[in-house]
Design a protein around this ligand. Structure first.
Ligand code: COD
Ligand code: ZN
Ligand code: ZN
Length: 398
């Protein structure tokens, strides 16, 4: 029996089970394991037995330990996020390196790692730029659903299954390119730090890195889901004096206040447009505003609610299918700054291990974001919880 089968207890079996191959290092073996396959949009995930090929040169095979369920995964199911099907989705996770391909130098078997849905190749113009983080090797802007070499490592029922955002974490084992994974602290609890792989970092970084929130400032956060709450945490960590939460669901307010929101309001409680309300509340406009919902109307409202002469507005949410905004340029000519970024503007390989270290040093907590923990097999329940608004984050454990 190969090592990974003994350790996992999850029924993962190496293939082929030919005695002559069994003494070979695990990196040369195909692994048979369970994964959640999305065959068609608007259908539930089906737990299937899949074959996970060995990592090729500069690739890493990971045994998954925990994965979060993010809104973007649900956008794949709904068809709002177009990516090749059938697919193994999931992109917010943590695991342990099972084997490595030739030439891999930054991780080794046994290392705790976080897969990176925004890679950091270190060589492209973006990676070399001090501020850029949207590495040209990303599979986000025009998803191919493959490894960097254009092929896949998953098969199911004789069919090739696509990757998602270079990570595909809804599987007991996955294969990623070395540029899409990073080693983290060996003591890190993987069932918590998995959130650093997307939701937490996206929100927190939007405040501390993209907006660069300043001490004593006034901030407004539109949308108090898991990402919006992480923006609230970032604003607080950066020393904001006032943090106003905006959400139509008042059930979100208690947690937002626990994490640092000083007041919470619903646009539905006012006759005036919400940006007018916020301008009045802040004496002319807030210093920093964040759109963390993914709607065009709230993007406009967030921009208009920051101060006309020095306000900074950050778009965090992605609107469904590529809709366009039309806006009056005067909103910017007076001095506003309008920005956006993925993954909180952080260079992934550089920043993720540091964020894990900060978490271990108790600089922030991830517990308030984790409302549910379920076994991986209950993935469809986790999506029901997300769609009904009952969960902030569900962590699936393997
Ligand atoms: N006005 C005020 N609040 C609203 C409105 C409205 N019109 N509509 C919805 N809301 C509230 C909801 O009640 C909810 O509390 C919140 O907005 C949205 O929260 P969630 O839980 O649905 O979503 P999150 O926080 O998990 O994520 C939202 C994003 C928009 C950030 C996410 O979907 C996204 O687009 N992520 C960033 C894109 C990206 O980087 N993608 C790559 C990997 S994720
Ligand atoms: Zn790059
Ligand atoms: Zn995500």
């Amino acid at each position: 029996m190969a090592r990974e089968e003994q350790e996992s207890g999850l029924g993962a079996t190496p293939l082929p089970l030919i005695p002559a191959l069994l003494h070979l290092p695990p990196r040369l073996l195909v692994i048979k394991c369970k994964a959640a396959v999305l065959w068609e949009i608007k259908k539930p995930f089906s737990i299937e037995e899949v074959e996970v090929a060995a990592p090729k040169a500069h690739e890493v095979r990971i045994k998954m330990v925990a994965t979060g369920v993010c809104r973007s995964d649900d956008h794949v199911v709904s068809g709002n996020f177009a990516t090749p099907l059938p697919v193994i989705a999931g992109h917010e996770a943590a695991g342990i390196v099972e084997s490595i391909g030739e030439g891999v130098t930054t991780v080794k078997p046994g290392d705790k790692v976080i897969p990176l849905f925004t890679p950091q190749c270190g060589k492209c113009n973006v990676c070399k730029h001090p501020e850029g983080n949207f590495c040209v090797k990303n599979d986000l802007s025009m998803p191919r659903g493959t490894m960097q070499d254009g092929t896949t490592r998953f098969t199911c029922k004789g069919k090739s299954i696509n990757h998602f955002l270079s990570t595909s974490t809804f599987s007991q084992y996955t294969v990623v390119d070395e540029i899409s994974v990073v080693k983290i602290d060996a003591a890190a609890p993987l069932d918590k730090v998995c959130l650093i792989g997307c939701g937490f970092t996206t929100g927190y970084g939007s405040a501390v890195k993209v907006a660069k929130v300043t001490p004593g400032s006034t901030c407004v956060v539109f949308g108090l889901g898991g990402v919006g709450l992480s923006v609230v945490m970032g604003c607080k960590a950066a020393g904001a004096a006032r943090i106003i939460g905006v959400d139509i669901n008042k059930d979100k307010y208690a947690k937002a206040k626990q994490l640092g929101a000083t007041e919470c309001i619903s646009p539905q409680d006012f006759k005036k447009p919400i940006h007018e309300v916020l301008k009045e509340m802040s004496g002319g406009g807030v210093d920093f505003s964040f759109e963390v919902i993914g709607r065009l109307d709230t993007m406009e409202a967030a921009l208009a609610s920051c101060h006309e002469a020095y306000g900074v507005s950050v778009i965090v949410g992605v609107p469904p299918d590529s809709q366009n905004l039309s806006m009056n340029p005067m909103l910017l000519l007076s001095g506003r700054t309008w920005k956006g970024a993925v993954f909180g503007g952080f260079k992934s390989k550089d920043s993720v291990p540091k964020l894990v270290t900060d978490f271990m040093a108790k600089k922030f907590s991830l517990d308030p974001l984790i409302t549910h923990v379920l076994p991986f097999e209950k993935i469809n329940e986790a999506f029901d919880l997300l769609r009904s608004g009952k969960s902030i984050r569900t962590v699936l454990t393997f």
